[in-house]
Design a protein around this ligand. Sequence first.
Ligand code: MRU
Length: 348
Amino acid sequence: MIDSSLRTVEWKNNKVIMIEQTKLPNELIFVEYDDFNQVANAIKTLIVRGAPAIGVSGAFGLGLAALQSKATTKEEILSDLEKARKILFATRPTAVNLGWGLEKIMNVAKTGETAEQIRELVISTAKKMADEDIEINKAMGKNGSVLFDDNDTIMTHCNAGALATVAYGTALGVIRATRESGKNVKVIATETRPIQQGSRLTAFELKHDGFDVSLVPDTAVGYSMANRLVNKVVVGADRIVKTGHVFNKIGTYQVATMAKQHGIPFYVAAPLSTIDLETKADDVIIEMRKGSEVTGIGEKKTAPDDIGVINPAFDMTPPELISGIITEKGVATAPYEESIPKLFQANN
Ligand SMILES: CSC[C@@H](O)[C@@H](O)C(=O)COP(=O)(O)O
């Protein structure tokens, strides 16, 4: 069974172990990879998903690439790692953590003197990143927990829990930490069509951890807010730019707009590794996914053949809809252009 101490992705005996989440909630399957191409495929096909988890998976992928490489010199192994980095990087475009994790490993690799030293450095750094992910989520949880009160009913969208990180979670980490601080909270999870991370993963994870969780269709967000079934919202993020525009699972923008309409605080929880200070909001690439995710539910077809489908995986929520961005270094509030850089100063 899953619990918040179980790692979604982990390095063991020179292999990468992942929970095959596509089989949830009925079955929990562990898959083992010893080839970085398999890790790339696992990221692309959403066997592992969620921004922080794919960041760590990319780093582990480079660990496998280092082991697979027959290189005997520094130049040769760096060239093999660069080839693997490109393949891993091309898997998913929107979550910034993937590029962040890969770059961090490549920078450390370049400091090694010999091929063998570089292999060890790559693997030990990737393992450290996974350990740090959990610590960061716990710090974020603690910082966010003060924003929530006893008897709050909190809405969340998609899955930003232990199943989208290495463990513990970003948005769900905040909810876990709020409960750990002695407050009693209920959760409303949105279904998150088209591929239902909310029902398959969030509802499963929260129920398993003993939360009072209710599932609503995405179309019932307005209803839930208008009828005061929910009084706060917290979601995760796949990329946040320095102006405070948040890129997260498709539908987040609708949830935030509805929250604004009803005067309900809307929070985003994400580590600093999800903040991209370089890219402008307009330049962020939104991943478009295959139409069959929308024309069916799982294997069951629910729409006619030969129609057009628009299936963006993410959308952008503008800063004016966001009450605060919760990070491991504190909570940023508007104006974000001023508060976000301060979080990085606190990081030094
Ligand atoms: C903790 S990642 C942010 C989440 O809210 C969410 O957008 C996410 O998990 C991404 O979904 P994905 O299933 O990888 O497409």
